[in-house]
Design a protein. Sequence first.
Length: 340
Amino acid sequence: MSEEASQATQHQTAVTDRKKPTEEEFLASFPQKYNQSSHEGYPGFLNQSQMAALDTLRKQLKDAGYTKRLDDATLLRFLRARKFDVAKAREMFEKCEKWRKEFGTDTVLEDFHYVEKSKVAQYYPQYYHKTDKDGRPVYFEELGKVKINEMYKITTQERMLRNLVWEYESFVNHRLPACSRQKGELVETSCTILDLKGISLTSASQVYSYVREASNIGQNYYPERMGKFYVINAPFGFSTVFAMIKPFLDPVTVEKIHILGSRYQDELLKQIPAENLPKKFGGKSESAGGVEMSDDGPWRDEKFQGPEGPAPRAAEGFTPSATPSATPSLASRGATPQPM
């Protein structure tokens, strides 16, 4: 066995042997409420009708046999996503639980290992790096660098989507709890930077299928996780198109989205401290080996880790047999892609 495979096997054994905390232990290990909020409908900031909707939804789900993910913060995200319509929020929650069972979401952090991650990052950089001024994890996606033909020589769309779910689960179970402990209040959203530098109609159309299915997963199964969203290096006309569709969007959603051109640095620095923003985007942060694979953030600091343990790394813990062809496809796991 090679040294790399031996280290990976040891890592996997450590992950398997680590005692997993109960849901109650996990939730008790980090703040579950906001200290302040500019909107109602969030933990600690509910009006009477919202409290009643929360109690009703939880009772209905318990009566239906659900036992997991019934905490206030989770149920409120589904309620906010459906304007506190209990029936619609329940339907959304139940569809999510069905998908989680079919996809194997509860064990994806242990089951899936993205061994090709560092190579894929050369053709489609997607990564988390530190936090913004509100304590949120900052997620970067450099869509303009996509080289789809080269990327699909290394991986498949099914594996990319499985890695997306892996990242969501790591985000929920490791990044957000660590950020909440660091800030001293609940942090349940991300700050996303979508870089369109170099984007073309050809590259955009080639990656459209992946982006569509990724959006479907995020909207339907991880609702209310967007805190701030910055589109930078937006091409000419992008702002005009957004202005046309803005009236049809929820005002709360609109205030989270910022469309910026090539002179975006000052706006990003208003939200992200210079010491946390990667140097290539106008900040001062650098990491050994590059920010694309470093995964720096409070989730890497022992002071902010709880009973869930240190955040895993997608490319670690694999066995020699875990090759791209060995992982079940989405279809075989019951996750049929749906149009947006």
